[in-house]
Design a protein around this ligand. Structure first.
Ligand code: C2O
Length: 363
């Protein structure tokens, strides 16, 4: 799968809604600045920045983060760094913005979910998002927070995302706030890593008490990283290549379970498509999306670090050479490949350590 020049070949998706004070548009194509696509270079001379658990940020980390999000919210929507442009990336890659035209299949859409593209695509998406935010934060140590939902201490929506108004007069309204979340799932509600559309329809009939929920959540993380993730296919998802496919690729463990549960659990069930978090096209409009995906990205690292035989990336050329195009922090278009996403030390970021009690939570 090769993403085309995203600025010249893009079709608008056909979804969206308008609510008071918010537009969620299915028009997802990125702005074109008329620049050629560059090849990616590793940030080899940079220091390593460390992503931090969102429930435990220092004042400095939280301030830098809010400052950066506020700044990109204030950019004109058609700026490639704007909050809206960044949100639209997800929509364009997931709601039919691009086709496989560069592989000779102009009528087949690119979908980076539900297959082995899920982890590398989102890794790159966050890589550039983090670098863009660093620029606007003015903080050379800037790194993204991760929503540490695999640790009982982090199993609620992190507090900094919640208050509508910020205590700090500089920020006014809290730039991390999003109005489209399920009101029943704000803190102290404990995330349900088994959450699904069926439970939603059931109107939460199976709600557990918080302590039991936490224990169950750990067993789900164990399943996603150990029991049901013994090889690349079960963890990353199945083969997805250009052209017509006989059957849909299989979905990886994390993607189908914990990852999707968090999306659906956060999204506002009053909205038709559970916007924002509950749908591809709108998920990027909630700042929580990127903290959630930072933890999903961390799951990839932790899965590797378990050191269990079989815990390694796909090696097929179709995986290694799949590519995407993003705007970088200098507003240049860059093409990036799965093969360059594998080693985060080369991408110069890491994750602050956090407890991993799920390792002992065999269901
Ligand atoms: Cu691209 Cu969490 O979905």
């Amino acid at each position: 799968i090769t993403a085309p020049d995203i600025t010249s070949i893009c079709q608008e998706a056909k979804t969206g809604f308008t609510a008071e004070g918010a537009i969620r548009t299915g028009k997802c194509c990125p702005p074109s600045l008329g620049k050629p696509i560059q090849t990616f270079a590793f940030p080899s001379k940079e220091k390593t920045r460390v992503r931090w658990p969102a429930h435990k940020g220092t004042d400095k980390q939280v301030k830098s983060y809010k400052k950066a999000i506020k700044a990109i919210r204030e950019l004109p929507d058609d700026h490639p760094h704007s909050f809206v442009s960044q949100a639209k990336i997800h929509c364009a890659y997931c709601n039919g913005g691009y086709t496989q035209v560069d592989s000779g299949f102009p009528d087949i859409e690119i979908q980076i979910h539900n297959s082995w593209l899920f982890f590398p695509f989102h890794r790159w998406y966050l890589y550039f998002y983090e670098r863009i935010l660093r620029k606007y934060s003015g903080d050379d140590d800037f790194a993204l927070p991760y929503w540490n939902w695999d640790n009982p201490d982090g199993m609620t929506i992190p507090q900094m995302f919640v208050a509508e108004k910020d205590d700090d007069p500089f920020f006014g309204n809290n730039p991390l706030y999003d109005q489209f979340r399920d009101a029943r799932h704000l803190p102290p509600s404990v995330v349900d890593l088994f959450f699904s559309g069926a439970k939603l329809a059931d109107n939460f009939a199976n709600e557990l008490d918080p302590e039991t929920q936490k224990v169950c959540n750990l067993s789900m993380v164990y399943k996603d990283l150990i029991r049901n993730a013994t090889d690349w296919k079960s963890f990353f998802g199945g083969v997805y290549t250009a052209g017509p496919m006989d059957e849909e690729p299989s979905v990886g463990s994390v993607e189908s379970n914990t990852h999707t549960a968090v999306h659906v659990w956060v999204g506002d069930s009053n909205n038709t498509n559970r916007e924002d978090m509950g749908n591809f096209y709108s998920a990027g409009y909630d700042p929580l999306f990127y903290a959630h995906h930072a933890n999903v990205d961390r799951m990839w690292k932790l899965w590797k670090d378990l050191g269990i035989p079989g815990h390694s990336e796909p090696t097929a050329d179709d995986w290694l050479n799949a590519s995407y195009v993003f705007y970088d922090e200098n507003e240049n278009l860059v093409r990036v490949y799965n093969k360059d996403s594998v080693k985060i030390d080369k991408l110069k970021y890491d994750f602050e350590e956090s407890r991993t009690p799920w390792k002992g939570s065999r269901p």
